[in-house]
Design a protein around this ligand. Structure first.
Ligand code: OGA
Ligand code: MN
Length: 275
């Protein structure tokens, strides 16, 4: 994050060098936020899509309260021993008594938008860093609005005519009926268009020949994966990040398995995806 920046009355916002990602300074999330602060955070999230709050020292209750300012945090059915509240989901490679304490391990998790394999995918996700590896394990977000805007005319026209089927790589996580979404979605609040396909969760383009579908998707993925669209976050203990899944994709880089990474996630479900 670089130089100082315009701050709204209620918030100290420090944008980074990318079109997404801004740091919010001066908030202690153990405290309740005022209505004015909440709406300023909401507005800033609509602009920057990824917000960084450093040096937090919060517990599960604080995280769930913060998340609930922006919607209803979803409850996870999966059992995890080391959480106090069902709205918290632990992301970790750590095992205790041969049992993983959380999900997602230590490998690369390629670009995706949370829960896009559901009819009502995730809107806002919040991730709080408890333990971080010395190296690796960065998370990167792609600004899919900017990526869409930068498509050439023909490809953008084609993208707008397509729907993609999304599925989770673990078959049991999928609903019985396949879920598809428009390849170009419109943000319900900002009305901005963004590309909505991802190497991790998109299976194929609906009604398009298999080879062509693969080729086209690869073109979109290569296009999205350009430095000018990406905000990369190197985690420190106490970082809390929130992001809007509608106009972004994120990926988690790999890290050595002998290093510990423990994060807590909360998540809000969204509305159906609209074109
Ligand atoms: C997630 C996720 C990335 C990370 O929680 O949805 O993709 O950095 N996590 O752990
Ligand atoms: Mn994710």
């Amino acid at each position: 994050m670089s130089e100082a920046a315009p701050s709204t009355a209620a918030l100290d916002v420090v944008p980074g060098d990318s079109t997404i990602g801004a740091e919010i300074r001066g908030l202690d999330l153990r405290q309740e936020l005022s209505e004015e602060q909440i709406s300023a955070v909401r507005r800033t999230l609509l602009d920057y899509c990824v917000l960084v709050f450093r040096n937090q020292q919060i517990d599960d209750q604080h995280q769930v309260r913060f998340t609930s300012y922006f919607g209803t945090p979803m409850e996870h059915v999966r059992k995890q021993r080391k959480r106090e509240l069902k709205e918290i989901f632990i992301i970790s490679n750590v095992t205790e008594n041969d049992e993983p304490i959380g999900a997602l391990g230590n490998g690369l998790i390629d670009f995706h938008s949370d829960l896009s394999y559901l009819r009502n995918p995730g809107t806002i996700s919040v991730l709080y860093a408890i333990e971080v590896p010395d190296a690796g394990g960065d998370t990167q977000w792609c600004d899919c609005r900017a990526a869409y805007d930068a498509l050439d005319y023909d490809l953008s026209k084609l993208a707008r005519s397509l729907h993609a089927v999304h599925r989770h790589p673990v078959p049991e996580q999928n609903r019985p009926e396949p879920v598809d979404h428009p390849v170009v979605r419109c943000h319900p609040e900002t009305k901005r268009a963004s590309l909505y396909v991802s190497p991790h969760l998109t299976s194929h383009l609906r009604g398009v020949d298999e080879d062509e579908s693969e080729q086209l998707l690869r073109r979109f993925y290569e296009h999205m994966d350009q430095p000018q669209f990406i905000y990369s976050h190197s985690w420190r203990v106490g970082d809390l990040l929130m992001w809007d899944n509608r106009p972004t994709m994120h990926r988690r880089l790999a890290f050595p398995d002998e290093q510990r990474r423990v994060m807590k996630r909360t998540q809000i479900f969204g509305e159906e995806v609209v074109e």
